[in-house]
Design a protein around this ligand. Structure first.
Ligand SMILES: [Mn+2]
Length: 400
């Protein structure tokens, strides 16, 4: 049995007032095709479906079109929990219709407080494997106070016992391999920079030892994909499918959980890139050179949207450069979203090559090769393979 875990779509989110709907649609098309070709049995979306509580029409359309087209092609159970950006009522409003298509949406803990577990625990048997999907949507402090009152829990020492009891109640109803979906901060994590702060009074991060009864914890909220615990249980943030800030440069992924012979394992799968967010900091004299480089590497790309953020250090104020540059780059399909001229003293005008910092190692290698051998077209396949192998060895050593 295969389960795909994703989160933090933030449908409708803009970058410097520019809509990302096109890329979000490309991602959802990719996801839908991936689910079909890889024969995924269950889809989990761990919160922050939308960027704002009342999303724009185009974001809503995208969401429902995705659910509809996937269900039409292959009806698999889909589980969706609310995140801190979602309005729980808004998300749950179409739930009765979605249920008809085996799509389950939970936005808050209201039913849990009434000891109605049916929205929160789903026991499934697929391909002769048993699994429970437990849904714990993003919750706020007052919801925990309410649960403490309903369940008569002493909260003098803090609210953690309430979460513990909630998890115990969920696992008590579970069978087979147990998967928990949640949208909170667990263990020690590293933020991507585009997350909104969470406020759960007195709890900065929920310790992962209260998750011991689960086998896999499918988290949302942190936009940088990462595993915060490797086993018993695996606790993993799938991350957002796209970068929301120029400072986010890590590969975007989804996670695929496999259950075979009652054994659970998981794999991180890179998403095809639908956009490129580039940052340049350079001196006024270097602008032309960088512009040409960007156009050579990323101009006229049909397959991705290219966005650029530029900081130019100059000793005298710059006039009109931004508009000319913006217009020229746009003819090559590159969107200059931000242009900032920074007036510095003569001695401060040091060149700083920030472009390199916004690239992944493989891309840096491409760039290096093109600089070194401007005549040649592409990197020879064998050389690239050797480089990738080397990279894997280095990464493996790093992790150990
Ligand atoms: Mn988010």
């Amino acid at each position: 049995m295969k389960i795909l875990h994703t989160s933090d779509w933030h449908l409708g989110k803009k970058l410097y007032k520019v809509s990302r709907i096109k890329e979000q649609e490309l991602f959802l098309t990719w996801l839908s095709e991936y689910i079909i070709t890889e024969e995924i049995d269950i889809l989990l979306i761990s919160g922050d479906i939308f960027d704002v509580p009342t999303p724009p029409n185009e974001a809503l359309k995208l969401y429902f079109n995705f659910l509809k087209s996937l269900s039409a092609k292959k009806q698999i159970p889909i589980f969706i929990i609310g995140g801190n950006h979602d309005s729980s009522n808004f998300l749950e409003a179409p739930a009765p219709f979605l249920e008809l298509n085996n799509i389950h949406v939970v936005g808050n803990l209201n039913e849990l407080a009434k000891d109605n577990f049916s929205p929160y625990v789903h026991n499934l048997n697929i391909r002769d494997e048993e699994v429970s999907i437990c849904l714990l949507p993003y919750f706020r402090t007052h919801e925990l106070f309410n649960l403490a009152k309903c369940w008569d829990i002493d909260i003098e020492e803090g609210l953690l016992p309430v979460i513990e009891v909630a998890l115990e109640k969920l696992t008590a109803k579970s069978i087979g391999k147990k998967i928990l979906m949640s949208h909170h901060l667990f263990g020690s994590y590293e933020e991507a920079g585009s997350e909104q702060g969470l406020n759960l009074s007195g709890i900065d991060s929920i310790p992962t030892n209260i998750l011991n009864d689960f086998d896999y914890v499918a988290l949302g909220h942190i936009h940088k994909a990462q595993t915060v615990r490797k086993e018993s249980p695996i606790v993993h943030y799938s991350g957002s499918p796209m970068a929301f800030r120029f400072s986010e440069t890590t590969t975007k992924e989804v996670s695929v959980v496999d259950i075979t012979d009652n054994k659970l394992s998981f794999e991180r799968v890179a998403i095809k890139e639908f956009d490129k967010l580039l940052r340049i900091t350079c001196t006024k004299d270097e602008v032309e050179e960088y512009k040409d480089q960007i156009i050579t590497s990323w101009g006229n790309r049909e397959d991705i949207e290219v966005y650029l953020e530029m900081k130019v250090k100059t000793v005298s104020p710059i006039t009109s450069m931004a508009e000319t540059l913006r217009a020229e780059l746009l003819t090559k399909g590159i969107h200059l979203l931000s242009f900032q001229a920074i007036v510095v003293g003569e001695h401060e005008q040091r060149d700083e090559h920030i472009l390199e910092k916004s690239l992944r190692t493989e891309e840096l290698f491409d760039l290096f090769y093109k600089k070194k051998y401007p005549e040649s077209e592409d990197i020879p396949v064998e050389l690239k393979q050797d480089f990738n192998n080397l990279l894997e060895v280095v990464m493996a050593t790093d992790e150990a």
